[in-house]
Design a protein around this ligand. Structure first.
Ligand SMILES: *Cc1c(COP(=O)(O)O)cnc(C)c1O
Length: 724
């Protein structure tokens, strides 16, 4: 920790008695501890909301009198003292799971690289699932005490907002991130200026400034190119996530990988292994090689050392999903770089070639696979898909022996489990296991979910559902006031949702493979289902199309037009601007979570896990994690695997039948006490069978148990014992 390096401005009005709030605000620990969150909210709920739950901004802006009011309130101070005690104990305690399970020798620190991080809505540095996976990974490493530092980008124009025009077309605007009011801190150099590092051997030159976010015990360093040291073109490199422009994309990846590695080194951070989350940051491995070559090692020896101490996680099930760069583009940026590695152009380009690809393009996934000794896919199915896809890199190996493992993704339970639900579970789990939060991946403890009376679970679920609808309506009210939306659009936005109606949620990015409009395949049949007088059904959609994805925007528009249409009687809603906060409400509050991508395109999927934790039932195509998660009693599975031109029709028909024959009757089968006991039974089965297995607790432990000993022995043996 280098807290002394980071000045914090604008907090002199915070009274000394509660000045610890400033420390708390700068560590995202508060975001997954409800008792800490409430401390900010209680200062002034409106200011908290107004700041979009950003405690740094709120504390900077709130008038002193509000702070003095709580600083004089004994009840508040009691809560404050308890939370601060827990925070300090969390930050200083060393004996987490990691030090017990892997205590045999010295520990090494791992550097985790990712192009995006979904941590909290006050710090929007993400586009979708990959980012939340990275964010959950960091939080879990912190909880488990795994030594880790992370590197990512500060996207200054970072966040894409969605606004739906009256005709259903998606309009976008970018939110400018006010760095000085975000929960991030400048990293300073010895002269008291913000640290700026030049990306080595890249011309034209690029500089990055460094920021830090504390995620519990894990520091996340963010690179920022929007600084005066850079030419205007270079300043824009880190402005937005995933631009469509090839060249800009390459430069981003150069900055993230090579610049990121250089920053960690400049900071003197001692780490011996790296974890690459997807191919974007893979150039970090080049820079690790270059450092060694500079110290006198030959390229092949340096490559072996770097390979033996690196893990690459692939998330892409189709070749086209990986980044490809033409040889001439590579040449443009790397002509100074490969001489510094001691290799020629051909050897360099060969590192990223895919055998059989006549374009000779540099493929970031092929490159990452060659430069790491340990590779994994993100679900069992994705493992076999990846082994097949990448067999070309291991000519002569049968498909089954291609060395790509599978570690199925999981979600961070304290982040995604609603705090009220957590309290209810705790009531029944803690008598058998007082510290059950320490054993989130233990299925035996979760078995106690059966002890919760049906009525209690159902009433809380209903409460969360009402909360979701209230939030939708409140947002619409504000929109109506500010944008004077026509009443018909408010209907489409969810004004008519009813808490007593079976509610299906569908929220995810609008990429075409996710088939958001599959359920509209037979409009007449869907209409009969939704507008049934006795057993009605409603669907809440949310999600953004990539701004360059016209097809995705068209799908969205068609859905929106159905939502507007009186034919569906207000039973379809489209919630604007899907993001972390909306996701929280949806995964807590709908009844069924629908997922119907085109197999095998969903490498894993994680939103269904978040839903399951909260008692929301999954109805999903057989793909990704659901092939492992579905046990016949904890939700519904549909769709086959064989490709056919009738694929959409067949999948849609199966979905309608499931709804008509199983899902709807079960939901409306309430007994005289008003509780649908069969449904609640299934909710319990879903919670207890999914929460422990599809938690990031299980996932991070699996990464650690599987790779850590090998990484350690490679590094500690002076690279004598490294995998070939
Ligand atoms: C969890 C999450 C995702 C990823 O969900 P998938 O099921 O993988 O599509 C995307 N966006 C947000 C806001 C999320 O919370």
């Amino acid at each position: 920790m280098q807290d002394d390096l980071i000045p914090r401005r604008g907090f002199s009005h915070v009274p000394g008695r509660i000045h610890g709030l400033v420390d708390l605000a700068y560590n995202l620990w508060w975001s997954w501890h409800p008792e800490a969150r409430i401390l900010f909210k209680q200062i002034n709920p409106h200011a908290w909301k107004e700041s979009i739950h950003n405690p740094v901004k709120m504390l900077q802006e709130i008038p002193e009198r509000f702070l003095e009011r709580v600083a004089g309130n004994p009840e508040y101070l009691r809560r404050y003292d308890i939370s601060m005690f827990r925070f300090h104990r969390y930050m200083t305690t060393k004996n987490g799971w990691f030090s017990e399970a892997h205590s045999s020798s010295r520990s090494l620190t791992i550097a985790y690289f990712s192009a995006e991080y979904g941590l909290h809505h006050s710090l929007p540095l993400y586009a979708g699932g990959l980012g939340f996976l990275a964010g959950d990974h960091l939080k879990e490493c912190s909880d488990l005490g795994l030594p880790l530092v992370a590197v990512g980008f500060m996207y200054s124009e970072g966040y894409l907002h969605q606004h739906i025009l009256p005709d259903g077309w998606q309009d976008n605007y970018w939110e400018h991130l006010d760095r000085d009011a975000a929960p991030v801190a400048r990293v300073m150099d010895a002269d008291g200026r913000q640290l700026v590092v030049r990306v080595p051997h890249i011309s034209p030159p690029i500089h990055v400034a460094v920021w830090r976010v504390d995620v519990g015990k894990v520091p996340l360093y963010l690179l920022d190119t929007d600084i005066p040291e850079n030419e205007p073109a270079a300043r824009a490199i880190s402005s937005r996530l995933y631009t469509g422009d090839r060249e800009r994309r390459l430069v981003q990846e150069v900055v993230l990988g090579i610049g990121g590695q250089k920053v960690l080194n400049t900071l003197g951070i001692n780490f011996s292994a790296v974890h690459l989350n997807e191919g974007h940051p893979a150039f970090a491995q080049l820079e690790r090689i270059r450092e060694r070559v500079e110290r006198g090692l030959s390229f092949p020896v340096a490559l072996d050392q770097v390979r033996g101490t690196a893990v690459f996680t692939t998330h892409t099930p189709v070749p086209a999903g990986n980044d490809l760069f033409s040889p001439s583009l590579m040449e443009k940026y790397f002509s100074d770089y490969y001489p510094a590695l001691g290799i020629d152009r051909e050897t360099f380009l060969e590192l990223g070639r895919t055998p059989g690809d006549p374009s000779g393009c540099f493929n970031m996934a092929a490159f990452a696979l060659r430069l790491t000794a340990f590779h994994n896919a993100v679900s069992q199915r994705h493992g076999s898909v990846s082994r097949k896809m990448w067999q070309v890199l291991w000519p002569g190996s049968p498909e089954g022996t291609v060395p790509i493992d599978a570690i199925t993704n999981g979600v961070h339970i304290p982040t995604w489990l609603n705090p009220r639900m957590e309290r209810l579970y705790s009531q029944y789990l803690s008598p058998v296991c007082p510290h059950w939060q320490q054993e989130l991946d233990n299925p035996a403890i979760w078995g106690m979910i059966d002890e919760i009376p049906d009525r209690e679970l159902w009433l809380l679920h209903t409460w969360l559902k009402a909360k979701l609808f209230n939030r939708i309506r409140e947002r619409k009210r504000l929109r109506w006031a500010s944008h004077h939306k026509a009443p018909i659009n408010l209907v489409a936005d969810g004004l008519m949702l009813s808490p007593s109606v079976l509610t299906i949620g569908f929220a995810r990015r609008f990429s075409s493979y996710k088939r958001a409009d599959l359920i509209f395949h037979d409009v007449a049949r869907l209409k009969r289902i939704l507008t049934n007088k006795w057993w009605p059904v409603q669907i809440v959609f949310a999600g953004k199309a990539h701004p360059d994805d016209t097809e995705g925007k068209q799908i969205l528009q068609r859905i929106y037009q159905h939502a507007v249409s009186p034919d569906f009687e207000g039973r379809i809603a489209f919630v604007e601007d899907y993001g972390e906060q909306t996701a929280q409400y949806l995964v807590h509050g709908v009844d069924v979570w629908l997922n119907n991508p085109l197999p095998p395109m969903e490498a894993c999927g994680t939103s269904g896990m978040k839903a399951a934790l909260n008692g929301v039932l999954n109805c999903s195509i057989r793909d990704g994690w659901w092939l492992e998660g579905y046990n016949g009693r904890n939700g519904w599975a549909f769709g086959g695997d064989a490709w056919s031109p009738e694929r959409d029709a067949m999948d849609a028909a199966e979905l309608y039948t499931l709804l008509e024959k199983e899902i709807i009757p079960l939901f409306y089968s309430g007994s005289l006490d008003g509780i649908p006991h069969g449904w609640v039974q299934m909710m319990k089965e879903s919670i207890k069978s999914i929460a422990p297995i599809f938690s990031s607790r299980r996932m991070v432990k699996e990464y650690t148990d599987r790779y850590y000993p090998s990484l350690l022995s490679c590094a500690e043996s002076g690279y004598e014992q490294c995998p070939i």
